[in-house]
Design a protein around this ligand. Structure first.
Ligand SMILES: Nc1ncnc2c1ncn2[C@@H]1O[C@H](COP(=O)(O)OP(=O)(O)O)[C@@H](O)[C@H]1O
Ligand SMILES: [Mg+2]
Length: 218
């Protein structure tokens, strides 16, 4: 699902965010990416959805060569991905329903099907009663579940989550992780960047660790 070969990312002025990273994530895997703040976790995720471009090296995501992908094919790549950020990135003037359904506007899914898919994913996340609410009327945990619903509605091959529990209390964090496990069992490959060591230990999943931009082996 994901392969990196000798990947380097420099932000200039000798800032080596990633240094000769080699790794592979198989289809169906559930993997944590960890490391201290500044270790390069976010950079690595941003390379995978082509928000950043590697300085050198080769990256394959779901069979696509991300480094050489032409700009007009980037949406094709992103349609295969679900992305969850720490700060949710919900639109405050749109309802929960609209925040989720709008992802499909660009993908050309018919209106009727958009409604069905949106209701299905909101129900799976226990948000049925929040469909008409606005993000600011929701708790932090609910907002993050809306963000996850939005990431899942296109049934992504790969879910990328960057510190998805960073703003949540431990109980809610655990709920979100349980949800990711379910999603993973249903066939989505999951990659979660987090510095929360307790969470990783409790989950007992594969772990990749970055240290100053280098992947360290255990
Ligand atoms: N857009 C950017 N411009 C310049 N430097 C950056 C940028 N993004 C990240 N960095 C630097 O790259 C390194 C890795 O950052 P990041 O990937 O955000 O790490 P993490 O997510 O593990 O905290 C840090 O030294 C950070 O300051
Ligand atoms: Mg980060």
């Amino acid at each position: 699902m994901v392969e990196l070969y000798h990947v380097n990312k420099d932000y200039g002025r000798g800032n080596h965010a990633l240094v000769d990273v080699n790794m592979a994530i198989e289809k169906g895997d559930f993997v944590f990416l960890t490391g201290a703040s500044g270790a390069g976790k976010t950079t690595l995720l941003r390379l995978l959805f082509r928000e950043e471009i590697a300085t050198s090296g080769k990256i394959l995501v779901d069979g696509m060569n991300v480094s050489t992908l032409s700009a007009f094919r980037v949406p094709t790549l992103r349609r295969r991905l679900g992305i969850v950020f720490q700060d949710f990135k919900l639109l405050s003037r749109r309802t929960v329903f609209e925040n989720v359904a709008m992802v499909m506007e660009v993908t050309g899914v018919p209106r009727r099907q958009q409604r069905v898919k949106t209701y299905t994913v909101l129900e799976m996340l226990g948000l049925n009663h929040r469909v008409r609410s606005y993000p600011l009327e929701l708790s932090g945990g609910e907002q993050q579940r809306v963000a996850i619903a939005r990431a899942l509605v296109n049934e992504p091959a790969l879910l990328l989550a960057d510190e998805p529990t960073g703003n949540l209390d431990p109980n809610l964090s655990w709920d979100i992780m349980t949800l990711f496990k379910t999603i993973n069992i249903r066939g989505t490959t999951v990659l979660v960047a987090t510095h929360d060591k307790d969470l990783i230990t409790r989950m007992g999943k594969k772990v990749l660790t970055l240290d100053c931009g280098r992947l360290i082996t255990h």
